[in-house]
Design a protein around this ligand. Structure first.
Ligand SMILES: NC(=O)c1ccc[n+]([C@@H]2O[C@H](COP(=O)([O-])OP(=O)(O)OC[C@H]3O[C@@H](n4cnc5c(N)ncnc54)[C@H](OP(=O)(O)O)[C@@H]3O)[C@@H](O)[C@H]2O)c1
Length: 250
């Protein structure tokens, strides 16, 4: 039996759902790696909050779209903590954050570089060390937007999310021989701390008209799906849809 503490790497965990999922995995006893790219103060606060609650957390900067940085992160985690047991590919570019100077092509590359390329690079590094981490888990965070027509400004984002389902099924097949499961978590609208700032109250009410349960889900309600995917060893290549009835499983 291993006596090392199992390690969970959550990409993009400086705020929102990522921070919530980091807290939940720390509560399950994981040593949590709170990854971020820009927001050092926020990520350090998330990690400090987990430690104050008795958990084990370290904030680590890594731009997941940067191949050499991802390789270095996994090598460092192998060296310092014995590797990654649970990888949650959660980092994203907010679909509402496009800058005026970004052309369509720049925006496409920007969005896909984090949400898709970043998830692919992290899955590959996880796979490099997989035979040492039997019973590991990968959870790729998608969105209910992957399976419905989108407004023009969200097409790049939604396309990256649909492609994430392909990553899940492919790595699920590749890693099954190590008893590693790979699943997709596909939330609908989430009530993060930034939700009203992002879409405004009117935007929120409009979105809710398309949700059968009439509201956004809390981060904790979405994180329940992550806990399920981490604790269950017989589900792989699947999608956990938690969206209040906004879309139904494809
Ligand atoms: N919010 C929703 O309503 C909703 C709905 C469906 C699905 N989702 C999905 O749920 C997940 C979390 O959503 P959220 O609303 O909590 O996200 P968010 O608030 O936009 O946070 C995104 C996170 O990604 C990090 N990040 C950005 N670029 C990065 C990079 N290059 N490398 C590493 N980290 C990077 C950010 O950290 P820095 O600030 O340090 O860059 C931040 O921690 C995402 O996958 C999203 O697509 C969200």
């Amino acid at each position: 039996m291993e006596d090392r503490k199992r390690v969970a790497l959550i990409t993009g965990a400086s705020q929102g759902l990522g921070a919530c999922m980091a807290r939940r995995l720390a509560e399950l006893g994981f040593r949590v790696i709170v990854n971020y790219a820009h927001s050092t103060g926020r990520a350090e606060n998330v990690a400090a909050g987990i430690r104050e609650s008795g958990g084990d957390a370290t904030a680590m900067r890594c731009d997941v779209s940067d191949e050499s940085a991802v390789i270095a992160l996994f090598a460092e985690l192998e060296e310092r903590f014995g590797g990654v047991d649970v990888l949650v590919n959660n980092a994203r570019i907010d679909p509402l954050s496009r800058r005026p100077e970004e052309t369509d092509g720049m925006w496409w590359d920007h969005v896909l570089s984090v949400g898709l390329r970043g998830a692919y690079l992290c899955c590959n590094e996880f796979t490099r060390y997989a035979e040492h981490h039997r019973n590991g888990r990968i959870v790729n965070v998608s969105s209910c937007r992957a399976h419905r027509p989108n407004e023009l400004e969200s097409i790049a984002y939604a396309t990256s999310k649909l492609a994430v389902h392909c990553l899940t099924r492919s790595y699920a097949a590749a890693l099954a021989k190590y008893a590693i499961t790979v699943n997709t978590l596909a939330p609908g609208m989430i009530a993060t701390e930034n939700m009203i700032k992002r879409i405004g109250l009117d935007g929120y009410e409009e979105e809710c008209r398309h949700i059968a349960l009439g509201r956004a889900g809390s981060c904790d309600e979405i994180a329940d799906g992550l806990v399920w995917a981490v604790q269950n060893g017989f589900m792989t290549g699947e999608t956990i849809n938690i969206n209040g009835g906004q879309t139904y499983a494809p």
